[in-house]
Design a protein around this ligand. Structure first.
Ligand code: FDA
Length: 305
């Protein structure tokens, strides 16, 4: 119930204005967001990679209906990748892209053009690109754009959400040689006609998708903070003969950092999703919605504690 209210708030302009204008909000946002500038994002990347982690950097923003804003987001990614280049991170750096932020809602061809610009800049920086997955109405378009991008940039990855009924089929289609698939539970408020509603069903579906990816030929990116899913991944790795370099774990910036470091210390590749930029509202509200304890943390901070 609280989660649904927060999802609704994440799309409400009035609540957005109130939350973003409140000075103490910033303190809480800083837990989940690396900063507003490219320099702050670069510092976070340097720090995380120095601690033995790898990164995927997200320039915050989503669902633009304005062609010039879409072009500005693509330019922001190019600038970010140029700033990361001198760090010489090798395969440690990736960027995550929300296609709705580069024009998908307006025109799929425009989003593809901008995504190509980002992929070219990533190639030049020795980095990879993964497409985030957004609400269910965008999945077909995102997978079409992925196919186009992979023709020239075969390392381009995509996120698949276990809560969608269709995702087992999508995992089967994607579990081929050379693919990179990030498996997540899903962060949007989806209707019962397309998605599992209970966390038990979402978890079971996660395991089914995980099995398909781990037994397949691609590179699974297991994006979860859930210890049970991590244990099951290890069982599948044993069963399907995958060594540590044949899959990776991913977690969000500021969430379970102790677990991130422990997994990396045990020899796993752990990629931290690092969001940065001024448009943090939607991302921040989804993090609150998926965990009531974060709302308590937010309220305590607003109360000055
Ligand atoms: P679950 O929500 O069941 O949480 C398991 C445990 O993790 C909790 O008990 C708690 O301990 C901890 N935890 C989880 N969320 C927390 C939070 N916000 N704060 C503190 N602790 C928390 N979604 C999407 O729809 N499209 C996408 O492209 C992506 N991309 C993406 C990339 C990466 C790297 C990650 C880790 C996640 C995403 N997601 C996403 C978000 C994803 O769908 C999901 O909402 C969150 O990862 C939470 O799900 P968990 O698997 O962590 O399990």
């Amino acid at each position: 119930m609280l989660g649904q209210l927060l999802f609704a708030a994440s799309r409400n302009a009035l609540v957005r204005r109130s939350v973003t204008a409140f000075p103490l909000t910033r303190k809480v946002v800083d837990r989940f967001v690396a900063g507003e500038s490219v320099a702050q994002a670069r510092d976070a990347v340097r720090r995380l990679c120095g601690a033995g982690l790898t990164v995927t950097v997200d320039h915050l923003g989503e669902e633009t209906r304005d062609a010039s804003a879409a072009a500005a987001t693509a330019r922001a990614y190019v600038t970010l990748l140029e700033a990361l280049r001198p760090l010489e991170l090798g395969g440690k750096a990736e960027v995550s892209v929300k296609l709705s932020a580069v024009g998908q809602v307006l025109d799929e061809t425009m989003a593809l053009k901008h995504a190509r610009e980002i992929c070219a800049a990533a190639d030049a920086a020795g980095a990879t690109v993964t497409l985030d997955m957004e609400d269910h109405t965008t999945v077909d378009s995102t997978l079409r754009i992925l196919r186009e991008l992979r023709a020239d940039h075969p390392s381009t990855g995509v996120a698949i959400q276990s809560y969608l009924f269709r995702s087992e089929e999508d995992c089967r289609a994607l579990a081929a040689e050379g693919t990179r698939v990030r498996l997540v539970k899903g962060a949007y408020n989806e209707p019962a006609s397309v998605a599992h509603q209970s966390s038990t069903e979402v978890d079971k579906a996660y395991v089914r998708c995980l099995r398909i990816l781990m037994s397949g030929k691609g590179y699974p990116m297991v994006a979860t903070h859930d210890d049970r899913m991590i244990s099951i991944t290890e069982l599948f790795a044993d069963r399907y003969g995958r060594s540590r370099g044949d899959y990776e774990y991913q977690m969000l910036y500021g969430i379970r950092t102790d677990r991130q470091e422990a997994l990396a210390g045990a020899g796993h590749t752990v990629r931290v999703y690092v969001p940065y930029g001024g448009d943090w509202y939607g991302y921040f509200m989804r993090r609150l919605a998926e965990r009531p304890a974060n709302v308590a943390f937010f309220l305590r901070a607003l109360g000055g504690k």
